[in-house]
Design a protein around this ligand. Structure first.
Ligand code: NDP
Length: 330
């Protein structure tokens, strides 16, 4: 069996030599553990933070440690009554072909209800992040004018659609390619979208959101956050979810500069971490599950085949090659 370990802490964009594929024995489950053969692995931006030893909300990987994170697999061996061989479970042990999670720490998932990959995305952590940020942190309400950055990604694509489903007057998204802009407008039904690589974000946002922004869902930070602050209406709310424009940066960004706007317009900028909102999962699943079933919430996935391509999938996700959730299928 194979597993993928952190070989070196990256400087800037991670590269193949920062990862190492190791050959190990198929593990034997200990007391209270089950043996799982992984089927789908998640690659997520927060893993870039874990690869670094800089202080972050997420604990750092040790060099030589397996890149742990969410994965879903089939139970092969179990000594607990609640889980039988052939069941599918999600666990947190990450990039390995076989895992031995504690039976009471896994979440059972049903492939009859949704494809396994969906539990890593729209019906999992990234979907809940969009929901918690848009509903609980930003307090989305009818008539709001909304801007979502990183809008074609796993979190952003769900966040923009939740805003529409909750009655926003106008939802604008930004993304990094013409094809993603087309996807946002034609398939997800956003009112306007732009490619942030086409020109300064502030100018493009002003054109796309002529009535300003009441709610900003930030996945990107940097110039996107600065532009959004400059466009925000009185009492605007920003849910600060991520700052991916800086995850590979080698020098700190400047800003925010527009303090007069934050103070004068009484803006509320609030960071949040999805794991604080895990108690919202049942409500989220009830609402989003129904939206997905009825086709009102669409989701894309970019699926990379082959365990050995997991680092490539991760690096491609950081470079924007995904639309919707990036997952690896084994
Ligand atoms: P995505 O599916 O959105 O994938 C990452 C995307 O980021 C890429 O597709 C790329 O799209 C975009 N990107 C990369 N570099 C830049 C850049 N320099 N400027 C602008 N966009 C860039 O990932 P997720 O949906 O999983 O995560 C989205 C954000 O949400 C991240 O910031 C992540 O850290 C955060 N997050 C936060 C959580 C929380 O609890 N607070 C939980 C989960 C995620 P493009 O082609 O558009 O550039």
């Amino acid at each position: 069996a194979r597993e993928i370990r952190l070989a070196a802490r990256p400087t800037g964009m991670p590269k193949p030599s920062d990862f190492e594929i190791a050959e190990v024995e198929v593990p034997s489950p200990g007391e209270g553990q089950i043996l799982v053969r992984n089927k789908v692995l998640s690659v997520d931006p927060y893993m870039r933070g874990r690869m670094s030893d800089a202080p972050n909300y997420a604990e750092s990987y040790r060099v030589g440690e397996v890149m742990w994170g969410r994965a879903i697999g089939e139970v092969v061996e179990s000594s607990v009554d609640s889980l039988r061989p052939g069941d599918f479970v999600m666990h947190g042990l990450g990039w390995r072909e076989y895992a031995t999670p504690e039976a009471d720490e896994v979440r059972k998932v049903d492939p009859e209800v949704a494809p396994l990959s969906a539990y890593l995305g729209v019906l999992g952590m990234t979907g809940l992040t969009a929901y918690a940020g848009m509903v609980d942190i930003a307090g989305i309400k009818e008539g709001d004018h909304v801007f979502v950055s990183g809008a074609a990604g796993a979190v952003g694509s769900v966040a923009g659609q939740i805003a529409k489903l909750r009655g926003a007057a106008r939802v604008v998204g930004s993304a990094g390619s013409a094809e993603k802009v087309r996807y946002l407008k034609e398939e997800l039904g956003l009112d306007e979208a732009f490619n942030y690589k086409d020109g300064p974000v502030a100018a493009q946002l002003q054109t796309a959101a002529p009535d300003g922004v009441d709610v900003y869902f930030d996945n990107v930070g940097g110039d996107h956050l600065e532009a959004a602050i400059g466009a925000m209406n009185m009492n605007g709310r920003a849910a600060l979810c991520g700052w991916i424009s800086q995850y590979n940066a080698t020098s700190p960004p400047v800003g925010p500069n527009n303090m007069g706007r934050i103070v004068g317009w009484r803006l509320r900028l609030q960071g949040f971490i999805v794991t604080d909102h895990n108690d919202r999962m049942p409500e989220f699943l009830a609402e989003a599950g129904e939206w997905v079933r009825t086709g009102r919430l669409k989701y894309a996935e970019t699926i990379v085949e082959g365990f050995e391509h997991t680092p490539d999938a991760f690096m491609d996700m950081l470079a924007g090659k995904n639309t919707g959730k990036m997952v690896v299928s084994l």
